[in-house]
Design a binder for this molecule. Structure first.
Ligand code: NAD
Ligand code: ZN
Length: 276
């Protein structure tokens, strides 16, 4: 073992010191990196899908039918969903990636997360494949507006207070997701729901970043959600070395050059310490 806390072997330390140079590293992050920020992974213990059926709650049609059947069920879901996100703070893993971007080593982070924690940690170059829960988007022209934390808190609290009335809930929804001033279309949450296309611009940017990167660091992703799960192989085929950081092997662990098993919040600060 050749780093202070003995988390990595000499081969990995040598690789990092030799290859993690100016702009060489692109990261792909998943729900696991935010687990230590008290946001459970959806499929993991305590995750959202333990309590709510993703067949109903992860698609727009499903959410509409939940609201029609029993609006209180939708309010409970929104309240649980935002309750966790609103309390979360960036953890040492997010902060280390932001520090590595600041010194020029990390070129960009491609994330499957919707929690804004990379940006809150200070990362600037973040490609969000699945949208952001603190943003709304016009369903027609795609124009985007931020849903500030205080506004999101206010919205959830109004939802909870009016959970018995469909009419009042509809009014609250149209206040927080108004009509677009450019085209008159209706705003909606800017999260990619089940069955929806990933944002084309972001996906294009992700492919471009992966075509030019020397090392891809995949952190806290089970690599079962496509097309995000296809990105490591895309990068490998274009010459990138692949490094996986995960508390357990992912569905695609076999294709990685280096596998570091453990918590992202322990490992990324150690990698940063090797370099900064
Ligand atoms: P996933 O839930 O399928 O997998 C999470 C992975 O993280 C697992 O492989 C697990 O072993 C690993 N992990 C858990 N804790 C870890 C830790 N402390 N350190 C390192 N690894 C850890 O996540 P996914 O692959 O991102 O796919 C889930 C989908 O759900 C994504 O599309 C994402 O948009 C969404 N999601 C987002 C958030 C968020 O924004 N924080 C949270 C849950 C789910
Ligand atoms: Zn519009």
């Amino acid at each position: 073992m050749s780093n202070k806390r003995g988390l990595f072997d000499k081969r990995f330390c040598d690789f990092v010191r030799k290859n993690f140079k100016e702009g060489a590293v692109v990261c792909l992050t998943g729900a696991g990196i935010s687990n230590e920020s008290s946001i459970p992974t959806f499929r993991g213990k305590g995750g959202l899908w333990e309590k709510y059926d993703p067949g109903m709650y992860a698609s727009m049609d499903g959410l509409v039918s939940v609201f029609r059947k029993n609006p209180k069920d939708l309010v409970d879901f929104v309240s649980d969903f935002y309750g966790v996100l609103l309390k979360a703070k960036a953890n040492p893993a997010h902060i280390s990636l932001a520090a590595l971007e600041k010194v020029g080593i990390v070129k960009a982070i491609i994330t499957q997360n919707i929690d804004s924690l990379h940006q809150r940690a200070g990362s600037r170059s973040v490609v969000e494949l699945h949208g952001n829960s603190f943003r709304i988007r016009c369903s027609d022209c795609g124009s985007k507006l931020s849903l500030e934390i205080n506004r999101a808190k206010e919205m959830v609290s109004l939802f909870e207070k009016n959970s018995g009335s469909r009419i009042k809930l509809l009014k609250i929804m149209s206040r927080y997701c108004p009509r677009c001033s450019k085209c008159g279309g209706r705003y909606r949450t800017d999260i990619v729901l089940f069955g929806e296309q990933l944002p084309a611009e972001e996906l294009k940017l992700a492919y471009k970043l992966l075509s030019g990167c020397k090392c891809l660091l995949v952190i806290g992703s089970s690599l079962v959600v496509y097309p995000a799960a296809s990105l490591p192989l895309y990068a490998k085929e274009r010459g990138a070395k692949l490094i996986e950081i995960n508390s357990e092997p992912s569905a695609l662990s076999d294709i990685f050059d280096y596998k570091i098993m453990g918590k992202a919040g322990d490992i990324l600060p150690e990698i940063a310490r090797l370099l900064i």
